[in-house]
Ligand binder design. Structure first.
Ligand SMILES: [Zn+2]
Length: 443
């Protein structure tokens, strides 16, 4: 598959939200992870082979990888087996710095082979420990926004999507779940190797690995769940609407972007559900009255956040505002108008401090509930302004435009202009996204 990704000029050399220096000068096109994971000692070892293409002359390149994993060897092979000499590599400050014997020309394609291993753990961040997480019996990965280097070397920025082949060997009876389709599963002695392949590109933060004692539960023709055996009945009930939700969103936004949708329910309690591409992760503690909302929210991220990726974290409302509005759309499908949900949440929001600019909330507040709710209210305000027919037409055009690519607020605006009055749209977006004061409730 040829990747036709937009390259978005993100300003500066450092991610404004994660504070991490960009890895400039190349694109990683395809990651082949070949790993062995031993659950009891929480030990991960293997090789990451990365197909890279340079976009400028490059003598030194960097990748993100947490220091607690050690790199044993780095080699490179050019197109047609041409040898590329790596003179040295240095691994410090969670960066792997690779020096070539002579600068690679712009547009050089090559494969980087990195042997590494260690005891993975989460990355300590402003938003808590993210990335790799050891469970009571197994492990999970949930990396938003910058946890991917907790388990593999990568260019960890949301606008750099790539394809993945993920091959993990684990002891029986553990199940390994990852993104994409299971293309191969082979047992040998007391271990099994699981090989997953993605057909669509994804951002590193959406790459996941789930290892645990799970049983598969079919939910519909395109949806399934992996759950601990003792939660089978509970899961069947909890996810009963999953396939219908997928169809409802398809009717609104256009085709579901991936071949399948999988949910994983961990035996362990989790604080919040977590999204990955093609799947979501829920804790067994989440089956509460809030549950249905979360199931709808996570599924909608497959469109908003996964297929339509972010260029930069500043635009987080494009993920969370839409996902939150999708909750309201699901309840609307079930008879509770989105306008009523909007009003309920507007009243809650009005009680909170109005000191956030959700168009660029800042790292500290990027996951603040106000970004979610006010983001959803922004979407609702657009619907009220444009009317249903024009609003949903613009949304479908936006989703289709950004499919398997990257979007920015300007892309949404472009589609809105085609169906509405430019001045009114700008005024609305300025008030909702770029001023702290809460606008009047849209009626
Ligand atoms: Zn979300």
């Amino acid at each position: 598959m040829t990747l036709r990704l937009r390259t978005t000029p993100v300003p500066g050399t450092r991610d404004a939200y994660t504070g991490i220096d960009f890895n400039l000068g190349f694109h990683a096109r395809h990651y082949h992870l070949d790993l062995t994971y031993r659950v009891m000692p929480n030990r991960l070892d293997g090789t990451a082979t990365i197909d890279v293409v340079t976009w400028k002359d490059l003598g030194v390149m960097t990748l993100d990888l947490m220091n607690n994993l050690s790199v044993r060897r780095v080699t490179a092979v050019g197109a047609g087996g041409r040898s590329i000499k790596v003179t040295r590599f240095k691994h410090s400050d969670n960066k792997l710095r690779i020096t070539f014997s002579e600068p690679l020309r712009a547009d050089t394609e090559f494969q980087l082979v990195i042997r590494y291993g260690g005891n993975p753990r989460g990355r300590r961040t402003t938003w808590g420990d993210i990335g790799w997480e050891e469970l009571e019996s197994g492990a999970l990965v949930a990396s938003q926004p910058n946890g991917a280097p907790s388990w593999f070397p990568c260019d960890d920025t949301p606008d750099e999507k790539a394809l993945y082949d993920i091959r993990v060997t684990a002891d029986n009876p553990f199940t390994v779940i990852s993104n994409g389709e299971l293309v191969h599963k082979r047992g040998a002695g007391s271990t099994t190797t699981w090989h997953y392949r993605t057909a669509q590109p994804l951002a590193s933060y959406l790459v996941t690995l789930q290892v645990g004692e799970y049983t598969r539960l079919e939910l519909g023709t395109r949806t399934d769940a992996w759950v601990p055996r003792r939660f089978l009945e509970e899961a069947r009930e909890a996810f009963r609407d999953q396939e219908e939700m997928l169809e409802v969103y398809e009717n609104i936004f256009g085709p579901y972007p991936f071949p399948r949708y999988t949910v994983v329910m961990t035996e362990d309690e989790l604080e919040i559900p977590l999204e990955a591409q093609g799947l979501s992760i829920f804790g067994s503690n989440m089956v509460t009255p809030e549950w249905e909302r979360l199931v709808a929210h996570e599924l909608s991220h497959q469109w908003f956040g996964n297929s339509l990726g972010l260029a930069q974290w500043d635009d987080i409302w494009l993920n969370e505002g839409f996902a939150c509005y999708c909750e309201w759309l699901w309840f609307e499908h079930k008879g509770h108008p989105a306008a009523d949900s909007a009003l309920e949440h507007y009243q809650d929001l009005a009680m909170k401090p109005q000191d956030l600019v959700i168009g660029d909330p800042g790292a500290q507040d990027m996951f603040d509930d106000r970004v979610y709710k006010r983001g959803a209210l922004t979407v609702h305000a657009l619907r009220v302004l444009l009317g249903d027919a024009a609003f949903f037409e613009a949304l479908r055009a936006y989703v289709s435009f950004g499919r398997h690519s990257i979007v920015e607020p300007v892309d949404l605006r472009t589609q809105l202009y085609r169906v509405g009055n430019q001045e009114q749209i700008d005024e609305l977006l300025d008030a909702w996204l770029w001023s702290p004061a809460l606008p009047e409730f849209p009626r």
